[in-house]
Design a binder for this molecule. Structure first.
Ligand SMILES: *Cc1c(COP(=O)(O)O)cnc(C)c1O
Length: 432
């Protein structure tokens, strides 16, 4: 195996199916088994590198886990990505009927407010090492934002392909960094196929195409953080939104590595996947007890999860069922309610993907699949400021009130739940 910088465990690409090793190169599919390549580490070497002591002495961001991330030799990570809050969600838990609920809040991930910052950070470190001048991605929105921002910071050119009908905020949040943005007249699966062709023809580093094995490993940091933030313990259940099905698999991989190395006690964690009904190929496969994904044509407001033919779908479906978990899907109406429920109970404003996850969690608790007093972590992966279009019609603005106390009192008495205080209090406060 090629060696990485001193603080990293040696790693290489390999295919689980064919057993073939590929060293380190920009490649994502095994040429014998035609299945996705994975990063494999020398886990015995990791025993002295990836220790609690080394991690706790590391920086306050995801790079504290560099010991088990594919970081090429000489790359000095400096962006403080990750280490987002894990908050106890007492109010949401009360509303849903669960007493031990936590939210992992990647809605505030640095620098572009989604968990995609983690995967892009690792992918771009490798893009640099492989000598790419131009990086790119096929994206449902958040990936576009993160590639644009982080490549700008590293001084790399970027070319980003998205479905033409993306949310306006996700388009603007890409253009602002000076990225070349190409809107494709088609859905994500069309965009992704085109990117594979471009990656073959041009010498460009596509973070989720030819750099995909490295990119995907960045998601493990979510799992490491959950365990460390729970006091080096694994939860009983995790609920994870699924697009391509990569994040949910990598959280599992992180937990397994921690248990193998003895950083946490081994535990049976159940994995629950969340999708929108308008694009739910993985949830359908789980429900049908199969690893075969039947591709769908996406039609949902949860555009960040709208991948009709998910690359990691078969593996995600198998893993979820093996852990004794389940997958559910929710309607667009439930997604909006989920966004509101999380905001009203925990003060966290998430995008449509987080609405999916919150609504699916509610359903799983109601079904009894998630046991009320077990430790359950809900992964919130993106920020609500990027998808305000879907909630705009939920609220009507009241009339503008003249800047006088009497007018304010008239108005406030019309609203639900709040009334103007009685007279004496007003007198104390200075009267009218
Ligand atoms: C991309 C994305 C996901 C899902 O990621 P996969 O690894 O493709 O399953 C979840 N939430 C948000 C907000 C995303 O942007």
């Amino acid at each position: 195996m090629s060696s990485a910088s001193s603080a990293c465990t040696p790693y290489e690409l390999y295919s689980k199916e064919s057993g073939k090793s590929y060293g380190n190169q920009p490649l994502s599919i095994c040429d014998e088994s035609f299945t996705p390549l994975e990063v494999r580490y020398d886990l015995e070497a990791a025993r002295t590198i990836f220790t609690k002591k080394a991690i706790e002495a590391g920086p306050d961001n995801m790079w504290r886990y560099s010991g088990l991330l594919p970081i090429p030799e000489g790359f000095q990570p400096d962006l403080p990505v990750g280490l987002t809050p894990l908050v106890r969600a007492k109010s949401l838990g009360k509303r849903l009927g669960a007493s031990n609920l936590y939210v992992k809040n990647d809605a505030v991930c640095f620098p572009t407010l989604s968990f995609k910052d983690r995967v892009v950070a690792v992918a771009l470190a490798n893009a640099r090492a492989f000598g790419f001048d131009v990086v790119g991605c096929s994206s449902t929105g958040n990936l576009a934002n993160s590639v644009a921002a982080q490549s700008a910071r590293l001084g790399m050119k970027s070319c980003i392909l998205v479905p033409a009908d993306l949310e306006p905020a996700k388009i603007l949040n890409t253009l602002i960094y000076g990225a070349r943005l190409v809107r494709i007249d088609g859905n994500y699966d069309h965009v992704n196929r085109l990117c594979s062709l471009i990656a073959d023809q041009y010498n460009w580093g596509f973070v989720n195409v030819n750099l995909r094995p490295y990119y995907a490993e960045g998601s493990k940091s979510v799992g490491y953080e959950i365990a460390e933030q729970l006091g080096w313990k694994l939860p009983d259940n995790v609920v994870v939104p699924m697009a391509g099905g990569s994040l949910i698999r990598k959280i599992k991989k992180a937990f397994d590595e921690l248990a193998f190395l003895g950083l946490v006690e081994a535990k049976h964690v159940r994995f629950f996947g969340a999708q929108a009904t308008g694009c739910s190929p993985i949830a359908q496969a789980v429900k049908n007890n199969t690893e075969t994904i039947t591709p769908q044509k996406p039609n949902t407001i949860a555009r960040s999860l709208a991948i009709g033919n998910p690359a990691d779908g078969p593996f995600a479906s198998r893993m979820i069922r093996e852990t004794g978990g389940w997958a559910e899907d929710v309607s667009d109406v439930e997604i909006v309610s989920g966004i509101q429920e999380l905001a009203e109970t925990e003060g966290i404003f998430t995008e449509t993907a987080g609405g999916v996850t919150t609504a699916v969690t509610a359903r799983l608790i109601a079904q009894g699949r998630i046991v009320a007093d077990e430790t359950t972590v809900v992964c919130i992966t993106g920020n609500g400021l990027k998808t305000t279009d879907c909630i705009a019609d939920r609220f009507t603005l009241g009339r503008a009130v003249r800047p006088r106390l009497a007018d304010f009192e008239d108005y406030i008495n019309e609203l639900d739940g709040i009334t103007a205080p009685a007279e004496p209090e007003l007198a104390i406060a200075g009267g009218k």
